[in-house]
Design a protein around this ligand. Structure first.
Ligand code: FAD
Length: 302
C-alpha cells in the first residue's frame, strides 16, 4: 500500500505529493487532468515571485517538479469511490483499487458556465471567472458581472475600484447578496445593476466587445458595450463521487480543520475542493503542503 495517496493533480495535489515524497514515504498521485484549472488559464500574475506566467507553462513546471521525486504518477485516471477499511481504498473508474494508509483529496473545482453564445469562444479573451486573478487586466475599461449573489457582488465591488464601470446582471428579481454588500455596492458611483434579466449573448470579434441581455418581464432586449464579462454564478467542487463517506458542507466542499483533516481519520483534503477560504493557486499549494505534513504526522502517530 501507499503511505500517502493524493487524488487530484492540480497545484494542491502536486504540492501535497512533493511534501510527502520529501519525507521518504511511499507516495502516489492520481489525476484526471494533471495541472488542473491552471491548464485553462492564460495569464497568471499573482503567483508570488513569478511576475508573469501562463497556465500551461506552470502546469508543465508542476509536473516536472513532481517527477524529480519518487512518486507514482497515474495520469488520466478518475477516482470514483472512497472506502475506509483497515486501509483507505480508492477505486478508479477503470476498476483498479488503490490502497493507502492516508489519502489527500485535492480534486479541485470548476466555475459554473452561463452557457450562452460567446462564452466559450471568448474565454480568456474578455470572459473571465476570477476577479482576484483577472481584474487588473481590465483597468480603466468597462465590464459586466453576471450573478448577484455574494460572489458576484463582492466581484463587482472589487472591480469597481479598478475598472471604469461595472454592469451587474442578475437573473432573479432581486440581488441575493448579503445586505452589507448590497449597501456598499449601491454607494459606488460607477456601478449599474439590472435585475430580472437573462443574458443572451456575449458579443465580440477577436475579443469581447459587449453583452446582450433581455428584460424577463418586458421582453425588451438591451446591448451594452464593454471589454470584459466576469461570470460569477458559482464554483462547484469536484466532490460528488465521495457521497456521504466524508463530511461536505452545503456547497459540496469537503470540511477540513486548520490541519487539513477531514471527518475520516487518515483522510485529508486541500485546495479548491475543500472549505479552505479563497480559491487561488498560492493558497491551494499552501493547503496541499499543510495536508501532507498532517498526513505524515498521522502516520508517525498511528
Ligand atoms: P484544480 O486546479 O481544480 O485541480 C484539480 C485536480 O483534480 C485536477 O488534476 C483534476 O483533473 C483532478 N480531479 C478532479 N476530479 C478527479 C477525480 N474524481 N479523480 C481524479 N482526479 C480528479 N488562481 C490564481 O492564483 N491566479 C490566477 O491568475 C488564476 N486564474 C484563473 C483563471 C481561470 C480561468 C480559472 C478557472 C481559475 C484561475 N485561478 C487562478 C484559480 C486556480 O486555478 C485554482 O485556485 C487552483 O487551480 C486550485 O488548485 P487545486 O489543486 O485545488 O484544484
Amino acid at each position: 500500500p501507499y503511505d500517502v495517496l493524493v487524488v487530484g493533480g492540480g497545484p494542491a495535489g502536486a504540492s501535497a505529493a512533493i511534501y510527502a515524497a520529501r519525507k521518504g514515504i511511499r507516495t502516489g498521485i492520481v489525476a484526471d487532468r494533471f495541472g488542473g484549472q491552471i491548464l485553462d488559464t492564460a495569464s497568471i500574475e499573482n503567483f508570488i515571485s513569478v511576475k508573469h506566467t501562463e497556465g500551461p507553462r506552470l502546469a508543465a513546471s508542476l509536473e516536472e517538479h513532481v517527477k524529480e521525486y519518487n512518486i507514482d504518477v497515474m495520469k488520466l485516471q478518475r477516482a470514483k469511490r472512497l472506502e475506509k477499511n483497515d486501509l483507505i481504498e480508492i477505486e478508479l473508474e477503470n476498476g483498479a483499487v488503490l490502497k493507502s494508509k492516508t489519502v489527500i483529496l485535492s480534486t479541485g473545482a470548476r466555475w459554473r458556465n452561463v452557457g450562452v453564445p460567446g462564452e466559450m469562444e471568448f474565454k480568456n479573451k474578455g470572459v473571465a471567472y476570477c476577479p482576484h486573478c483577472d481584474g487588473p487586466l481590465f483597468e480603466g475599461k468597462r465590464v459586466a458581472v453576471i450573478g448577484g449573489g455574494n460572489s458576484g457582488i463582492e466581484a463587482a465591488i472589487d472591480l469597481a475600484g479598478i475598472v471604469e464601470h461595472v454592469t451587474v446582471l442578475e437573473f432573479m428579481s432581486e440581488l441575493k447578496a448579503d445586505a452589507v454588500l448590497q449597501k456598499r455596492l449601491h454607494s459606488l458611483p460607477n456601478v449599474t445593476v439590472f435585475t430580472n434579466v437573462q443574458t443572451k449573448e456575449i458579443t465580440g470579434t477577436d475579443r469581447v466587445n459587449g453583452i446582450t441581455f433581455v428584460d424577463r418581464e418586458s421582453g425588451e432586449e438591451k446591448h451594452v458595450e464593454l471589454a470584459g464579462v466576469f461570470v460569477q454564478i458559482g464554483l462547484v467542487p469536484n466532490t460528488d463521487w465521495l457521497g456521504d463517506t466524508v463530511e461536505r458542507n452545503k456547497f459540496g466542499e469537503i470540511v477540513i480543520d486548520a490541519r487539513g483533516a477531514t471527518s475520516v481519520p487518515g483522510v485529508f483534503a486541500a485546495g479548491d475542493c475543500s472549505t479552505t477560504p479563497y480559491k487561488q493557486i498560492i493558497i491551494s499549494m499552501g493547503s496541499g503542503a499543510t495536508a501532507s505534513l498532517s498526513a505524515f504526522d498521522y502516520l508517525v502517530r498511528n
